[in-house]
Structure formats: C-alpha cells, structure tokens
Design a binder for this molecule. Structure first.
Ligand code: PSU
Ligand code: MN
Length: 305
C-alpha cells in the first residue's frame, strides 16, 4: 500500500504545485449543501475566477466516485453542483468516501486534510463550523475546530457562521491553540455582519503580515491551522440586529422539526435564505468572493517569501 493517497489534480494545479506558485484550496460543501442550484455553481466559478485574477490558482476539493480531487474543471463543478445525495464529508468519513467509492463534498475539516495532503497551505471558505448554540446539551461541536488545531492550513473565512455560539467557538479555538486573526479591524466578524459584538483575539492588516506570522509559526514547529476572520464588505453586509431575529426563527424551526447532526447547518442556512428573501445568499456569495481574493493575496505573499 502506498504511503500517500492518489490525488487527481487539474494540469493548472499540478503545474502550480510543481513550481511553488500560489494555490488556494476551496471547499465543496458550500456548493452542495450551502447554496441552491444554480447560484451555487455561479458562486463556485466566480470564486475560481477571483483567485486567478489575483495571480493564484484555485483548487476546489471534492471526492468524486471515490477519487480525491484537488482542482475541478468547469464541467466537474457544474456536475457536482447538481448532484443529489452527495455526502457531506468531515474527518470522520473522508476515508470512507474513498474506500466505498462514494461522491462527497468536503467541509472545512475535510478540505483542510486534503489541502495538506496536496501541499496547499491556504484555503478560502465562507464561514467555519463551530460550537452550536445549546452545545452544552446537544454536544454539537464542529470537527472544523479540531482540524484547525491539528492541520497546518490557513483558513480564510468571514468568521464562524452567526447561527453558532461565537464566544464559545472562540474559547474552543483558543484551547486548541488556533490563532484567530481579524483582518483590518479589531472586532470579530459574524459572517453576514461585520461585527459580532466582541473583539477578535488578534488583528493583522495586510497579507504580508499574515505570511510573516505563518512563517514564524512554521519555524516554531508543529503549528496547526490559523483562522483569518475577514469581514464582509460594508455594501453587502446585513446588520447583526436584523440577522439575530432571523437566526432565532430558524433555530426555533430546527428545534420544532428535531433537526440534528450534519443536517443542522444546511437546514439553518436554508431557512435563513427564505427568511431574508434571498438577501442572505447575496451576502454569502459576496463574503466568499471577498475571502477568496484575500486568500489568493496571502498565497502570493507566502510564495514570495
Ligand atoms: N460556509 C458557508 N456555507 C457552508 C459551510 C461553510 O458559507 O455550507 C459548511 C462548511 O463546509 C463547514 C460546514 O465546514 O458548513 C460546517 O458544518 P458542521 O456545522 O456540520 O460541522
Ligand atoms: Mn455538527
């Protein structure tokens, strides 16, 4: 048995990795479980274009019929965006999808694993999973947090999704030794909103500073992941007050219907989409694009060192 699993890459990704050029990994759960068709496909393709325009190469991660891909072409992205019954893969079921030849979309946790295997050190997403509200009774804490604690990939996000308990999520990240860096502001962003009403643990103002921080962490060894919390652009934000009401309604509906486990996050995102009359999706797409651009600039700054 070989030591490393085979990773299928596009020529563009293979070439960039071989030359040490900047590459940005992208997750696929946001495509299959985070947004409806056809907006999900448009988002995925626009995000790839944004990364290229910043001088980096995008690598969308997914497992397709048991094959681990780092880099999908337009046809593959379009097909995945329309496939029903795709698994939502985290660390627990990543290998299962390969051994059972299943098709699965990677969450933040599984995308970090794949990026690390492929030698990609920067990854852009929307918002990470975290400690759910009521976790003290449900025990629902995303595997994204443990993955950030163990796997050395920089994850560029708009913070943790505001449906979560953000103070508890920050505590859990601190316990795991994960630096949480707000980009360009003191406040922790809250996904659809720029300010979660609490200070971010750390702040940096440029991709070069983030690259320097990462280089120092590498020198110290065994460093694990880093979370960049990049606020959604002002023009696209929905205020935290407005979102708080929708989040309460969505949480009440989830409780009423007994939604549990992996279904919780996709259910809440779907309800919020309906409650905001589609506005939350526009904001979600805008923040992912914003994160993709920053991730590309960080990858460029790291490659230049
Ligand atoms: N960001 C989005 N939409 C999403 C997700 C992130 O804008 O759908 C996904 C990510 O893949 C993240 C997952 O890892 O939600 C968290 O799921 P859970 O809470 O079940 O761990
Ligand atoms: Mn969960």
């Amino acid at each position: 048995m070989s030591a490393t699993p085979k990773i299928e890459t596009t020529d563009e990704v293979a070439d960039a990795l071989a030359r040490g050029r900047p590459v940005v990994a992208l997750e696929s759960t946001i495509i299959t479980h985070g947004m409806p068709w056809p907006g999900n496909r448009d988002m995925a393709l626009e995000v790839e274009a944004a990364i290229r325009s910043e001088g980096a190469v995008p690598a969308t991660i997914a497992i397709i019929e048991g094959r681990l891909h780092a880099g999908l072409d337009e046809t593959a992205i379009t097909a995945l965006a329309q496939t029903k019954d795709v698994m939502k893969l985290s660390r627990a079921d990543f290998a299962f999808a390969i051994s059972e030849r299943r098709t699965g979309a990677t969450t933040v946790a599984a995308t970090m694993m794949a990026a690390h295997l492929a030698g990609i050190s920067v990854f852009a997403t929307g918002g990470i999973g975290g400690v759910h509200r009521g976790a003290e009774s449900s025990f629902d804490i995303s595997a994204d947090l443990d993955e950030l604690g163990r796997t050395s990939v920089i994850v560029v996000s708009a913070g943790a999704k505001a449906i979560l308990d953000i103070p508890k999520t920050l505590e859990a990240l601190e316990t795991r030794g994960v630096p949480v860096v707000a980009f360009g502001q003191d406040a922790m962003p809250a996904f659809w909103s720029r300010d979660a009403g609490l200070a971010a643990p750390l702040r940096l103002d440029s991709p070069a500073e983030i690259a320097a921080f990462e280089a120092t962490r590498r020198q110290l060894g065994g460093h694990g992941g880093m979370l960049i919390a990049n606020p959604v652009p002002e023009a696209d934000e929905i205020s935290a007050d407005v979102m708080a009401v929708h989040i309460q309604t969505a949480l009440a509906r989830a409780a009423e219907r007994g939604v549990e486990g992996k279904a919780v996050t996709p259910f809440l995102l779907g309800e919020i989409l309906e409650l905001t009359g589609g506005e939350s999706l526009k904001t979600n797409i805008a923040l992912v694009l914003n994160n993709a651009r920053l991730a590309a600039r960080i990858a460029v700054a790291l490659a230049a060192r």
